[in-house]
Design a protein around this ligand. Structure first.
Ligand SMILES: C[S@@+](CC[C@H](N)C(=O)[O-])C[C@H]1O[C@@H](n2cnc3c(N)ncnc32)[C@H](O)[C@@H]1O
Length: 353
């Protein structure tokens, strides 16, 4: 018998453009699959080693035959490992990012994005016509107003901001220079994660976490927990009305990008009124075209488009905005990550005609 020739082994080729596009288009399904995995704490349950699908399904009270299909999809994305013959699941290269509290975890972002951002994005088409953020149309009110109506939503949002701070913004916080700064106000400082970090690094620093009253309410416990409550106070208020006065440095981390230029100018106006004469202003933000990888800034810009009135800004946009509020842009510090530190100095008020 003549042995049959072995099947030719296909040489790997780059995926066809249609396949690449289908993966992008399918992103909405993968997002939801990741949400289910995050909510069911699958990655947490694998922290001590492999488990079978049946064990995971029982622990999470999910249907095993359906969970198996979901995990197989996420295994193809590098989130889990799946050994089909043994029906065994392990953590994949990205698995730790869904583990609660693990270094590099964005599990809280998975929960927040799918619970608050996912639905509004179905309205993006209309936003491109009328300019109303899709979230405002979906929720019937501006996003931050909606958030403030439910303590559970605030907790989810603050948890996600904490994840962002410890991951994509960690480099930026490390790059913040506070030489000579004695007092600092963190505008929109949420639960105090950032200022606690800076206070631990700078033992003589005193400061205030300033945010909406229902958001900053979480900060005292966090500051006590980090051992800095004797130096860092908290204050609730509205940064469109007034911010704490007299500090020699004001920090706004990931705040001004939430607002359009007119709104950002009002916030900067309140900082200008409150700040000491030569006070420094530090913005931790993306600078479009300057962070790495650059697509974080453009993706965040899309988030702003759908959720809020804000936008990500270029270096020139920042310079102009700051100048219009009588601050001088001193320099933009690259941080090795997607965020930059924009350093500015308060200038005397110019008389405007
Ligand atoms: C994108 S979050 C950034 C939080 C934090 N700085 C961080 O980097 O994780 C924006 C913050 O601005 C706060 N904020 C929104 N509107 C505000 C207002 N009118 N007055 C004070 N804070 C406000 C929100 O509550 C939220 O904590």
């Amino acid at each position: 018998m003549i042995p049959s020739a072995p099947d030719p082994v296909p040489t790997p080729t780059a995926p066809a453009p249609a396949v690449s596009m289908l993966r992008l288009l399918g992103g909405f399904q993968v997002s939801q699959a990741l949400y289910v995995a995050a909510r069911a704490r699958i990655a947490d349950r694998l922290a001590d080693g492999p488990r079978t699908v049946a064990e995971l399904a029982e622990a999470a009270d999910l249907r095993p035959e359906l969970l198996r299909r979901l995990l197989r999809t996420l295994a193809a994305e590098g989130v889990f490992g799946y050994d089909e013959p043994q029906d065994r699941v392990t953590l994949g290269p990205l698995g730790h990012t869904l583990r609660t509290g693990a270094p590099g975890s964005v599990r809280n972002v998975a929960l927040m994005w799918m619970e608050t951002h996912y639905r509004p994005f179905a309205g993006l088409w209309q936003t491109l016509h009328d300019g109303i953020p899709a979230a405002q149309a979906e929720l019937g009110m501006p996003f931050f107003d909606w958030l403030g109506k439910d303590p559970a939503r605030i907790a989810t949002f603050s948890g996600a901001m904490g994840d962002m701070m410890r991951t994509v913004r960690a480099d930026a916080l490390a790059a913040v220079r506070l030489d000579g700064v004695r007092t600092l106000v963190d505008i929109g400082g949420a639960d105090g994660t950032a200022l606690a970090e800076l206070a631990l690094r700078e033992p003589r620093l005193r400061g205030t976490v300033f945010d909406l009253p229902h958001v900053v309410a979480a900060a005292p416990a966090l500051l006590r927990d980090r051992g800095v409550a004797d130096r860092i106070t908290t204050e609730g208020g509205d940064f469109f009305t007034a911010v704490p006065a007299g500090a020699d440095c004001y920090l706004a981390c990931f705040v001004l990008h939430d607002w359009n230029d007119a709104q950002a100018l009002r916030i900067l106006g309140r900082v200008h009124e409150a700040a000491a004469p030569d006070a420094r202003l530090l913005l931790v933000e993306t600078v479009v075209g300057e962070g790495t990888p650059p697509e974080v800034a453009t993706l965040l810009d899309l988030t702003m488009l759908g959720m809020l009135d804000g936008r990500e800004r270029t270096r020139d946009d920042w310079r102009t905005l700051l100048a219009d509020a009588d601050f001088r842009l001193d320099r933009v510090l690259a941080t090795g990550g997607p965020m930059c530190v924009v350093e500015a100095t308060r200038m005397p008020r110019t008389a405007r005609v």
